[in-house]
Write a protein that binds this ligand. Structure first.
Ligand SMILES: Cc1ncc(COP(=O)(O)O)c(C=O)c1O
Length: 390
């Protein structure tokens, strides 16, 4: 009765965590397993949603509003130092209902699920450890996920240029995540350029998930579009994924965008017109206002920095603690991630995610991922308790 590909998926990491811990979170638990920002959302969200309340009665266009697309292009140009006109607001930008659905649906857009007699299934490259949606996307599109570890050890971003030709010739799609969930590492411009060049040489689609690009510690992360600009301005074979969930602490707004190669965007828009969720008009208006405001983003970043300072003070050099260059997760080496998650839950009511659920092979087995999404006071209490318990 069901799609046989589903059997190839493990349960979603949060379900696995609930099974491990013997039940869901309770009112008194400290939930640090989910990357769901609890910082106060900017006041302008509620304001704009109220002003736009009359527009709930309209079916929104799948490609959003001209004002939303203009706001996105203004932001991209400013943030990634792009020349005017490189990203065409009408041909190279689409709103999405959170980047998760977009990262999933792009595989359906790109993959032809028919194994070739000589080569077998098409391949999708993904990092290891990884954001779980990439795996589901690859498998359900009928491809074979190929897990590529960091080029410089388990905490780095992968470099697909190290793969042999026999693999690259079968690749249709590759996901890069920078700053990376879970480990917080960042791809530099050279790595991005090498991988863009590789995608063009082997004609696969390179999806660069940049949803943590605005949460950074010391250095603003490079972006794939900057790499494209410095390589002559073509967007061929490249798509970037951006979200307001982390940048603006509005995971419940379900708003992000995809930008990139106009021919890919046209195919993606076609698929989404059948199966994608269009973003409601009031949300598009709120999102446009958020992309035009950087003050709240700076405040948000400062708050995450203060929590990293706190984590550094509390953990020092224990559990392999290093400050992540980007994102808001700690990736702690605790010996046995599942055992540590269980102990933290039983002894301290703290929920964290074992690294095993975000990786294949044994790459993440010794780690836990800790989401620093709460206010300073809660975070201090939780991290102190965590250090004592571990
Ligand atoms: C790496 C990564 N990409 C994409 C997403 C999806 O975020 P959203 O759908 O809220 O835009 C997440 C959310 O946790 C994530 O961690």
């Amino acid at each position: 009765m069901f799609n046989a590909q589903l059997d190839q998926l493990t349960d979603y990491p949060f379900q696995r965590l609930t099974d491990l811990l013997g039940g869901p979170a309770t009112a008194d638990s400290l939930v640090m397993s989910i990357g769901e920002p609890q910082h106060r959302p900017p006041a302008l969200v509620a304001q704009v949603l109220a002003e736009q309340a009359g527009a709930w009665g309209k079916y929104p266009p799948a490609n959003g509003s001209p004002d939303f697309r203009a706001a996105v292009v203004e932001w991209l140009n400013r943030r990634f130092a792009l020349p005017e006109g490189m990203v065409d607001a009408d041909r190279a930008v689409l709103p999405v209902a959170g980047t998760r659905e977009a990262l999933y649906l792009i595989a359906q857009t790109v993959i032809t699920p028919v194994p070739t007699p000589d080569q077998g299934k098409p391949l999708v490259l993904l990092p290891n450890p990884f954001y779980q949606v990439y795996v589901g996307a690859a498998v359900m599109a009928g491809a074979e996920p190929t897990f590529v570890p960091g080029h410089d050890g388990p905490t780095a971003v992968p470099d697909f240029t190290t793969l042999p030709d026999a693999v690259l010739s079968r690749v249709k799609l590759a996901y890069l995540c920078s700053p990376a969930n879970p480990q917080g590492s960042v791809a530099d411009l050279d790595l991005l350029k090498r991988n863009i060049e590789l995608a063009r040489r082997w004609n696969f689609v390179l999806c660069v998930d940049e949803c943590y690009s605005e949460i950074w510690d010391r250095v603003e992360p490079a972006g794939a579009l900057t790499a494209c600009a410095q390589m002559g301005g073509s967007l061929d074979n490249v798509m970037v994924f951006h979200s307001l969930s982390k940048r603006s602490s509005v995971p419940g707004l379900r708003s992000g965008f995809v930008a990139g190669d106009p021919s890919l965007m046209a195919a993606f828009a076609r698929l989404r017109s059948y199966g994608g969720a269009a973003t409601p008009m009031p949300i598009l208006a709120a999102a446009a206002a958020l992309w035009r405001d950087e003050d709240h983003v700076r405040e948000n970043r400062d708050l995450y920095r203060a929590k990293l300072d706190m984590a550094e003070r509390i953990f020092g050099d224990r559990f392999g603690f290093t400050r992540p260059a980007g994102g808001f997760f700690l990736w702690l080496d605790v010996g046995d991630g599942e055992k540590a998650a269980l102990a933290l839950w039983r002894q301290a009511k703290i929920r964290v995610l074992p690294g095993k659920y975000l990786s294949r092979g044994d790459v993440g087995d010794t780690y836990i991922r800790v989401a620093l999404v709460h206010d300073l006071e809660t975070t201090e209490r939780a991290l102190t308790l965590m250090a004592e318990t571990l």
